[in-house]
Write a protein that binds this ligand. Structure first.
Ligand SMILES: Cc1cc2nc3c(=O)[nH]c(=O)nc-3n(C[C@H](O)[C@H](O)[C@H](O)COP(=O)(O)O)c2cc1C
Length: 370
């Protein structure tokens, strides 16, 4: 029996299997509004048979977008555009859909990666970015403005307001983006946070703003809605954020009702030294799960069904997220189910694709599709 294809209960949200589609920025929104692209892109994933789909980093205010093309959930128009995409997905798929709420902080105001990812120039519509401290991400970049009390309060309520909109949209869960060097991670890491007030210095102070944001979001959505956090388990920089601090952060989140930890790494400093290898971030997830006990998602260079199966079967993590492998092969869970002798849900329009020798692949899961 495949563990990867066994059901999992994420708080009150039932998942049909342990495969999560990781959030992936598309930089293809207009004024934060989801476009036809999102219908196509998220639509294909909704038919993939994964247990959970996480919508890309979605900005809680306009200056929190990485690029002008980032998805947003800070206006009625943003909400209406996403409602249209979700209605189409819900029509054809039962897959639970989560959203990653984000603020890019000092990593905002950039070109899309395919245009080089550099900071926008003033004539290209650059905006003033914000961060815990007035330190740019990389030397030579325009410095962010250090957030004052009013700025912190504004962003905290922007997170809560976006979470309310997510609940109103009928989304199934919220993931806060506390990883990859974006605003919440900028507060956590001593590399980007040099404040000397209650929000900087000691670990307890650096965790304060991300924890306040978590509490505000948790309080803004119905209790049945899981709220989790994606973190960078380490900065991969000497003297930076590390796994011991991540464990402390996860413990503080657990006390506040966090539903899951999604464990990635890096992103706060160009000085990072990462030794890439298959499943290279899994040990970070494993530590969080073992020491804190929260439901944990492992991610990063998981590409093979047997590899994903081993991660959940050995208890290193509860769920496994895939990003690039899903872009490459949007029906990856079908292949995984075939290789692991499991079953996966597929839309009836595609049932005829079931290989002869795999008669049971879409077997009993052929129910409930409209
Ligand atoms: C196109 C693309 C966009 C991404 N956007 C996001 C994002 O919006 N939020 C996030 O937390 N990570 C983002 N990531 C990182 C992935 O979620 C994932 O953690 C990373 O790609 C490692 O997993 P993989 O080896 O399965 O691709 C993105 C990755 C890719 C390839």
């Amino acid at each position: 029996m495949s563990v990867l294809f066994s059901p999992y209960q994420l708080g009150s949200l039932p998942l049909r299997n342990r495969i999560v589609i990781a959030p992936m920025c598309q930089y293809t929104a207009e004024d934060g509004n989801a476009a036809d692209w999102h219908l196509i892109h998220l639509g294909q994933f909704a038919l993939s048979g994964a247990g959970l789909l996480v919508i890309e980093a979605t900005a809680v205010e306009d200056i929190g977008r990485i690029t002008p093309g980032d998805l947003g959930l800070y206006s009625d128009d943003n909400q209406a555009a996403l409602a249209r995409v979700l209605a189409a997905i819900r029509r054809y798929s039962r897959m639970p859909v989560a959203i990653q709420l984000a603020h890019a902080g000092r990593k905002a105001s950039r070109h899309a990666p395919w245009d080089g990812g550099q900071c926008l120039a003033p004539e290209e519509g650059a905006w003033q970015t914000v961060a815990p401290s007035a330190l740019p991400h990389a030397a030579g970049e325009p410095p962010p403005a250090a957030l004052d009390a009013a700025g912190l309060a504004r962003i905290k309520s922007a997170f809560a307001r976006a979470a309310e909109r997510a609940a109103a949209l009928g989304l199934d869960a919220v993931e806060l983006h506390g990883a990859h060097g974006y605003l919440l991670h900028q507060f956590l890491s001593p590399i980007s946070n040099r404040r000397d007030d209650a929000y900087g210095g000691a670990l307890e102070n650096r965790m304060r703003f991300p924890l306040e944001v978590f509490e505000a979001v948790r309080a803004a959505v119905p209790e049945r809605m899981p709220v989790g956090m994606r973190i960078s388990g380490t900065d991969w920089v000497e003297g930076g954020w590390d796994i011991a601090q991540s464990v402390a952060f996860a413990e503080a989140l657990a006390e506040r009702g966090c539903s899951f930890m999604h464990v990635s790494s890096g992103g706060v400093s160009p000085q990072q030294k990462i030794a890439l290898a298959p499943g290279y971030q899994v040990p970070l997830a494993e530590r969080i799960k073992a020491e804190v006990g929260l439901p944990t998602i492992a991610v990063g260079l998981v590409t093979e069904p047997s590899q994903a199966e081993a991660i959940v079967a050995s208890g290193q993590a509860d769920l496994v997220a895939l990003a690039r492998a899903m872009l490459f092969e949007a029906h990856w869970p079908w292949r995984a189910a075939a290789e692991l002798g499991a079953q996966v849900e597929a839309p009836h329009q595609y049932w005829r694709s079931q290989p002869r020798e795999l008669k049971a692949l879409f077997g009993e899961t052929r129910i409930g599709m409209r």
